[in-house]
Write a protein that binds this ligand. Structure first.
Ligand code: AP5
Ligand code: MG
Length: 218
């Protein structure tokens, strides 16, 4: 399966991508994760990106597009992939179309996680991320067994710098102003499939598995 996961911040794109990628053995390319990795490594791209990310603004198209096109070119994508958080502007969508055409790859589906603002705020203010394996917990929705400690690797959990309430509000505005138009973009290409991001993790996962089965995606 070759998919794009589209939706507002906190819709659960990363959470579902993590379980789906294991279930279907496909690659997970998240621009947010790649950028955070670049920041951790103190790379020049990371330092440039951090300025935008801390404000809840989008990193310039050229930077993220280069990251993703390189990943697509240099990875084994035969068994499939999920793009999480990319594209996020019309320009990025056009760059992606061109890169996929050059690689002779056709997208199967764009999953749009429709999610209400109340859910987003609750999810993002309560998100806690593992410093070791990157797993996303939530203080009430998906709490770790021991407060502040990852169930899987035992490392410390932290709050993302951009998960502060004012930055979250800015990220939602940015999504509404710059990313939402991609819903129409992919609807016109007859690739869009809407799902409810408000559902519980397991219910949404079950829905997605049914959608893939109906579409014959493996
Ligand atoms: P990015 O990391 O992509 O952040 P985002 O889009 O804002 O999305 P999130 O990761 O916050 O949400 P998610 O949908 O993955 O939700 P999650 O599964 O974690 O981008 C960060 C920044 O990088 C951007 O602001 C921008 O600056 C830059 N950037 C990235 N890509 C870019 C691009 N293409 N162009 C330009 N700039 C770019 O879930 C959230 C929480 O809810 C978790 O705590 C989770 O445990 C919980 N949860 C998840 N699902 C459920 C559920 N179903 N029920 C209950 N709780 C749930
Ligand atoms: Mg994410």
């Amino acid at each position: 399966m070759k998919l794009v996961l589209l939706g507002p911040p906190g819709a659960g794109k990363g959470t579902q991508a993590n379980v789906l990628c294991k279930e279907y053995n496909v690659a997970h390319f998240s621009t947010g994760d790649l950028l955070r990795e670049a920041i951790k490594n103190n790379s020049s791209v990371g330092m440039e990106a951090k300025v935008y990310m801390d404000k809840g603004e989008l990193v310039p198209d050229e930077i993220v597009a280069k990251m993703i096109t390189e990943k697509l070119k240099n990875s084994d994508t035969d068994s499939g992939f999920m793009l999480d958080g990319f594209p996020r502007t019309k320009k990025q969508a056009e760059i992606l179309d061109q890169a996929l055409a050059e690689l002779n790859i056709l997208l199967d589906m764009v999953l749009y996680f429709e999610t209400n603002e109340e859910t987003i705020l609750k999810r993002l203010t309560g998100r806690r991320v593992c410093r070791g394996c990157g797993y996303n917990f939530h203080v009430t929705n998906i709490p770790p067994k021991q407060e502040g400690v990852c169930d899987f690797c035992g490392k410390e959990l932290f709050q993302r710098d951009d998960d502060k309430e004012t930055t979250i509000k800015r990220r939602i505005d940015v999504y509404n102003n710059q990313t939402k138009e991609l819903i129409d973009y992919y609807q016109e290409k007859e690739l869009l499939k809407k799902v409810s991001g408000d559902l519980d993790v397991d219910l949404l996962f079950a829905d997605l598995k049914n959608i893939f089965a109906e579409a014959g995606l493996k």
